[in-house]
Design a protein around this ligand. Sequence first.
Ligand code: MP5
Length: 616
Amino acid sequence: VDIAARGSKQRDKAHIRKTKTVHFDYQYGSYDLEVPYTEIKLSDTPGVGPNPPFHDYNTEGPKCDPKEGLKPLRLDWIRDRGDIEDYEGRARNLQDDGKRAIKRGRATKEWRGRTHQPMRAKDHPVTQMWYARHGIITPEMQYVATRENCDVELVRSELAAGRAVMPCNINHPEAEPMIIGSRFLTKLNANMGNSAVTSSIDEEVEKLTWATKWGADTVMDLSTGNDIHTTREWILRNSPVPIGTVPMYQALEKVEDDASKLSWELFRDTVIEQCEQGVDYMTIHAGVLLRYVPLTANRVTGIVSRGGSIMADWCLRHHQESFLYTHFDELCDIFAKYDVAFSLGDGLRPGSLADANDAAQLSELMTLGELTERAWAKDVQVMIEGPGHVPFDTVRMNIELEKAVCKGAPFYTLGPLTTDTAPGYDHITSAIGATEIGRYGTAMLCYVTPKEHLGLPNKDDVKQGVIAYKIAAHAADIAKHHPHAQDRDDAISKARFEFRWLDQFNLSYDPDTAIAFHDDTLPAEPAKMAHFCSMCGPKFCSMAISQNIRKAFGGAAAQEQIVKDSLAGVAADAQPAAADGVVSANVLSPEEIRAGLDAMSEKYTAQGGKLYSTAT
Ligand code: MP5
């Protein structure tokens, strides 16, 4: 029996992507918004009745042929506002795909699916922040309010204040709007992308579909190898979630890895190329200033950010301030034309506990605070990237500092890893830090896979990373008392207690693994109805014993009577209830209590020593 295949068939049968239709009217148009959710079908509780299906946030998007791409969900919403223009865009340039494409005269696998002409703003920024600040509630805002089950005014006001971002480039109309901010569900990002050494376009598209199937809210394409432009085109046209990139990686490819040859003009052109393609947010390491580079000289692990080290190298070679910093306002003007959000990169993040919270890291954060305000002045959306490796007890300080310095802009953290000692398990070392930082308000958690520090993640690593971060984000939401965050826990606990095994599997984040682990020891079909598993066997199952206790003593009327009797006993002896509401029934002497207990012990033995006997 192929247990893994059986688990995934089981999941696909019970997890159904559905949409809820919400009618939305405003000054620019009238639409029926189809907002997605996952319905998890549940079985009946035997002898009691049906359990309602569980509704969950869904990121996997509608099914499509990857060669065709997704339908442009937002195209009418964008066009109907009347504030954009179509234009020619940059010409196809083989340099965008690297040396091999130039030699070949084409990319390995040109995109031939659905496409559209690039669009850009005509007279004012077309960012969701601009609309929010002008009091306009867009279909995108209504869509996320429905998705998050919250008031649309909360969405608008958080966007206007910069405390939330909605990454949604007008040239990525396929994406389903989503929001990142501490008042909303904690989100998670999955990184992927090829490298010079490994991976193909098909594999990257497959990883994207795979990551969103397991719940990634955004995906970053961090490709640094061949066919960067074309790989990104395939990813964007197939992505129902916002896509982020680090444009510096492609810029460096274009100068054949010689950082000294980078220039503002080349970088600007690369950014526009990616804006026209539809990248929703870009990591810009504009806080790595020339004067901060020496602060890293005595670190144990130096500069671990790829983008950060490229910029530091450029600054030192030219002995000039970073062009990302000196041209930052121009970048804002470009982003405002397409609604691309900044993810201000932490180029000086600590790469080890030894370097955590040092002068380099904190100096850069101060600069990110300054840049946040400059972007907001131009109505451009901003999030702030955070560490890295930090000891657990300083995790909270990191988010509090970010909130203060960056005026509440959403924090987007890479873990953080709370120990350096477990290569191969860094999805765990980092999910620990991610839970803690999420609990105090980090809006999006960037996953770390088990391959971190060791190699490019494959499909299974992507899944391990996503699941670890689903757990971290969810635990953080519960700790934050996010409305209804605990509903899924309550539903799965009820299923577990009632031995509804299939429901327990289906309500778990990874039903395939849950069912495989169960079936490892008890594969036969009847075991899915059994009131035990192989952990304790039939005689020692605590849940089965508890169910028996409930049957004997658990009726609502019986419970009520027990409470009434004990309260009456307490009152009769004039023992007031303790201030915290706990009843303290200290009415007998220790000797009397002992004698009573001994009497009951004798009675139990006399009855044959059975835990349960029929009530007479
Ligand atoms: C990068 C990353 C790339 N790994 N994750 C996020 C969220 N943003 C950017 O990192 P870098 O700084 O170039 O190493």
